[in-house]
Design a protein around this ligand. Structure first.
Ligand code: PEP
Length: 255
């Protein structure tokens, strides 16, 4: 059985005070959630305060990025040990905004994934094609390169401790969502890539989230798809009621 994991990526939104407030609202709202794993990713600055708010609740803490080195002269960066120390469970790695604005590559994704796994946190590995790549018929080759790059050198046991977020870049923050069928097709392909690397049983155990303008109105349809095991949510995660409106349809689904 795969876990349904729904994570809110707050990006560069919310002050520390606003983050603490939203986290508190979510902790209260998610009290009745039993099956879905709920996680929130505030900014680095707010992580420690939000960690105090979610402690003992069923809301997990996620970071938006990490550096692969332990410490040293890496201005602006945060290490995995620092995240671990304050109780981070999940780390988003390779988000398309990191890839397009900040020079993230499949090689740096791989280094970050290894570091996060070595400290028993769960990487959420983001992959996805741009509109141009999709139009040029390169969807499968892009996903293949990204998956093979992210998982290079990882054992099956390590792979089992990862989550993938399939996020078509053209759907992120645009209001345009992949249709249920488009998303399911891409997810099935990603799972087939994992099966090639690790065999079917491992591939069937790895949760693959969908990301890209997911909201309460389209969550039920997407989450009902056979190979969609949750969501990575941007805009709709910035308010407790809309985030909860995505989480609730995930309850009771078994994958
Ligand atoms: C994201 O940034 O991962 C994302 C899916 O954003 P949005 O939900 O706003 O499209």
């Amino acid at each position: 059985m795969r876990k349904i994991v729904i994570a809110g990526n707050w990006k560069m939104n919310k002050t520390v005070a606003e983050s603490v407030k939203l986290a508190g609202e979510l902790v209260a709202a998610a009290k009745g959630i039993r099956q879905v794993v709920v996680a929130i990713a505030p900014t680095y600055l707010a992580l420690a305060k939000v960690a105090e708010v979610v402690q003992g609740s069923n809301v997990k803490l996620a970071a938006q990025d990490v550096h692969w080195e332990n410490q040293g002269a890496f201005t602006g960066k945060v290490s995995a040990d620092m995240l671990k120390e304050i109780g981070v469970d999940y780390v988003i790695i390779g988000h398309s905004e990191q890839r397009s604005y900040f020079g993230e590559t499949d090689a740096t994704v791989n280094k970050k994934v290894r570091k996060v796994l070595s400290l028993a946190m769960t990487p959420i590995i983001c992959i996805g094609e741009t509109l141009a790549e999709r139009k040029e018929g390169r969807l499968e080759s892009v996903l293949t390169t990204q998956v093979n790059g992210a998982y290079a050198g990882l054992s099956a046991d390590e792979a089992l401790s990862t989550v993938i977020a399939y996020e078509p870049v053209w759907a992120i923050g645009t209001g345009v969502t992949a249709t249920d069928d488009e998303a399911q097709e891409a997810h099935a392909f990603v799972r087939s890539l994992l099966a090639k690397l690790y065999g079917d049983s491992v591939a069937q155990s790895i949760s693959i989230q969908y990301g890209g303008s997911m909201k309460p109105e389209n969550a039920a349809g997407l989450l009902a798809q056979k190979d969609i095991d949750g969501g990575l949510i941007g805009g709709a995660a910035l308010k407790a009621d809309s985030f909860l409106g995505i989480i609730t349809p995930g309850e009771g689904l078994s994958k």
